[in-house]
Design a protein around this ligand. Sequence first.
Ligand SMILES: [Zn+2]
Length: 409
Amino acid sequence: MISSKSIFTSIVLFLAVNTANAQITETVLVRNKHFKPVFKQEVLENLLSSSSFDGLYFKIVNGKSDEAISLSEKDEALKLKAATTYYHLNLARKFWAEEMKSEYVKAMPKVTVRLEITNRFSELGHFQHESIEPQHNNALSIPAGEPMEGVEIPAWGNEIWFRPVKKILSKDLPASGLDAEGNPLTKYLSMLSKPIQSTYVNRFIQVTFQNWFYPQSLQTPYQELVMRQFATILGIQLLLEGSKHANRLFLEKYYYLDTAMIPEIIYHEFSHVALSDHLALSLSTPMLEGMADYFATSISGSPHIASKIRKYSLSQPKDAKNKSPYNQIFESNLFANSDFVLSVLWLIKKEFPEQADALIYDARTRLKTETSDIRHDLIGSIMESCWRFCRDPRRDRMRIREILEDKGF
Ligand SMILES: [Zn+2]
């Protein structure tokens, strides 16, 4: 006699075999070996439906809808986005399940992926009302939630939201968020001006004391030394002020970022979800964004994020090889989308290509989204992970320390 359990197993097997056979191929945007974006026909793995973008691990929907987007969607741009996000999310999941061996990702319920959604996220009601500051040009991952008691909103799981793209004048960019960084000259000068000023003030104090107590020890006359200090400080201030007017030289006239069409941003978002067993999806901080960026580059195999893709992005690309030294300012959440943390983690990857992914992944277990900084917590946690994952922890910890000292820590 056949038990109902074995009938169920047979049906599941039948479905699984049939799904595996239903090879659906769609046009998606991928990077070629020179990191140029190209359109290619690719098989969409793990699809459960033969008529919509509904798979084992991801369901791609339009806006607030719960219906998967149809494979015969008439809006070509929307269909291309659905196929591109579906394809790259499956690649990202594969990396986390197979290479990072994440049990959390393997056991994760299906993730709903919303395209073209402008609503803000509400922890209590899933979506804020359309009329409240519609959002464009970014992507975010939201945590699962239970709605407020007595409100007729179903519970939801982890979701990834891709906002619609909107072309705006760079001068109208808000002063926070993705685009907070202004032109690179102003950013760099303001970073430099503080330490330079304090160095020169210290030098001024030292020279003044020397002039009082041991005037014969001064090689150059005191007044001349003082003038030099002031000239340097004044020079830096003038440069800083002047650079603020140089926006036109550095920024494109327009700004837009079509996040659903940029493979590295898709990997970055799924990495947030994969890291969320320890790093809550509650806030955008430099440590959290840097971790997601790092794994985006591990998945793509390239140190670049959102570069060479002008059709879909006129935002500043990120480069893991950025040489900026550490500055306290990078701890500020205004710099959450700078590539500084990525560049630190990339140095560790360059030195320990085999172990870096495991080291950095394990570091998350001692970090907290809201409170962890770069200098003490992120680095301290990586050092701690080294005891378990480095080949020769004593020697390798020393090496990491040297690398970080060179980076200005
Ligand atoms: Zn992010």
